[in-house]
Write a protein that binds this ligand. Structure first.
Ligand code: ARG
Length: 451
């Protein structure tokens, strides 16, 4: 492609070191769409005859078909997807193919392809996240009234329902979707026409090209357009954060599936056994989700560090943007698919949930609230209940069996009513609180929002 200036061939070691075709081949549909739009603009500008344009277009369509059919031979000597396709086009159609690269550089080409690829993958991830939200919502509905302890510091805190717990993850995933949609808006601007870094003396209709490729506009500074990898960093961040959310869900489920908690059971199809210990049923999907999230975070770091020291505009370092991008997209796609399946088949062991939630200590805060309603200042109420808790522990008496009136006259005979889980949950009616009515309301809202 650049033989004019050189008198030696590229060393085969340099070819091996510098190739990106082994991974950027997957940009082919976007590279071809970009080339067709670019050629059409050349036709409109009078740089190609109608005949030449149609040779280019049909040549590219044939190459597209061949790649899709696995019949295209990618050459490492041609470095990347852009040169593989262009060289093959010229081999097939001759002179017209050699005109295609007019007013274009691989720098604006790779920026265009990568934006188109990322845009398409965002759309796929948005749908996959919605699918996982659907599975969580379905479990939330099934276990809307299943009371479990809610934890802080992994110590039992206050009663909630399993439905409320699952809906917390639906909320997180909704924020991830909104972040992806936001990143999509920002990246959907066409860099094509920025050339190597300074545009071109040959003016093509950038807006027409952008429109054909489904972009919302054109970039306004050719140097920024070539050097910009912000959109990859943003998407890698959102993918990492989504992974972090699912890693936390995994951790919850790993705990819930332990004999110590025994709140949940994953299906045989979504767990693995031990090659040695016959009794084992391991939550490997959860552990791998947690483990692979480390890769997602690593990929984000990989890109940020690669870009941080680069002067404007293109530097070959930027070729290293794609392995982390592709790996994160592929990894999250798999994480979402397998978790959707696993969550859909997960069952709660309701008798164990009920037993854990029956711990009267979970209602110690409600007992303090009871005293507040009798006119006791909260700090004092907290201390009184703290004393009752200490006595319950010291005398090995359940909190709800103590003679509370003997501890303080502020406790009336109705203090015992505090220890009804049903009443305690029903009282939590503020927006966002876990009364069963609230949870059912949220489930109905999510159902129509996700439909
Ligand atoms: N394979 C290159 C990449 O992925 C394409 C752009 C090459 N540009 C250049 N000036 N060498 O970044």
């Amino acid at each position: 492609m650049w033989k004019g200036r050189f008198s030696q061939d590229t060393s085969s070691l340099v070819q091996q070191f510098g190739e990106s075709i082994s991974y950027d081949w997957r940009l082919f549909p976007h590279d071809i769409a970009g080339s067709v739009a670019h050629a059409r603009a050349q036709l409109k500008a009078g740089l190609l005859t109608a005949e030449e344009f149609s040779q280019i277009e049909s040549g590219l369509m044939e190459i597209l078909g061949d790649i899709e059919a696995g019949k295209f031979e990618f050459k490492t000597s041609l470095e990347d997807i852009h040169m593989n396709i262009e060289a093959e086009l010229t081999r097939r159609i001759g002179a017209a193919g050699a005109k295609l690269h007019t007013a274009r550089s691989r720098n604006d080409q790779v920026a265009t392809d990568t934006r188109l690829y990322t845009r398409a993958e965002i759309d796929g991830l948005l749908a996959a996240i919605t699918g996982l939200q659907g599975a969580l919502l379905d479990r939330a509905e099934k276990y809307a009234a299943t009371v479990i302890p809610g934890y802080t510091h992994l110590q039992r805190g206050q009663p909630v329902t399993a439905g409320h717990h699952f809906l917390a993850y639906v909320e997180m995933l909704e924020r991830d979707k909104s972040r992806l949609a936001d990143a999509r808006k920002r990246l959907n601007i066409s860099p094509l026409g920025s050339g190597a870094l300074a545009g071109s003396t040959i003016n093509l209709d950038r807006r027409g090209i952008a429109e054909e490729l489904g972009f919302d506009g054109v970039t306004r500074n050719s140097m920024d357009a070539i050097a910009d990898r912000d959109y990859i960093a943003e998407v890698l961040f959102v993918i990492s954060l989504c992974g972090v959310h699912l890693s936390r869900l995994s951790e919850d489920l790993i705990l819930w599936c332990s004999a110590e908690f025994a709140f949940a059971a994953l299906s045989d199809a979504h767990t693995t056994g031990s090659s040695l210990m016959p009794q084992k049923k391991n939550p490997d999907v959860c552990e791998l989700t947690r483990g692979k999230t480390g890769r997602l975070v690593g990929n984000l770091m990989n890109l940020l560090v690669a870009v941080k020291g680069l002067p404007l505009t293109y530097n070959r370092d930027l070729q290293e943007d794609k392995p982390p991008l592709f790996d994160s997209v592929d990894t999250l796609r798999l994480i979402l698919a397998v978790n959707t399946e696993m969550i859909s088949a997960m069952e709660l062991r309701e008798e164990n949930c009920r037993a854990a939630a029956a711990d009267p200590m979970l209602l110690a805060t409600d007992l303090a609230d009871y005293l507040v309603k009798k006119g006791v200042p909260f700090r004092h109420a907290h201390e009184l209940v703290g004393k009752a808790v200490a006595q319950a522990i010291a005398t090995k008496t359940p909190l709800d069996q103590l003679d509370l009136a003997a501890i303080d006259p502020a406790y009336g005979p109705d203090a015992k009513d505090v220890f009804s889980l049903e009443t305690a949950l029903a009282a939590r009616t503020n927006p966002g609180a876990p009364s069963i009515a609230n949870v059912l309301g949220e489930i109905a809202r999510w159902k129509s929002a996700l439909a």
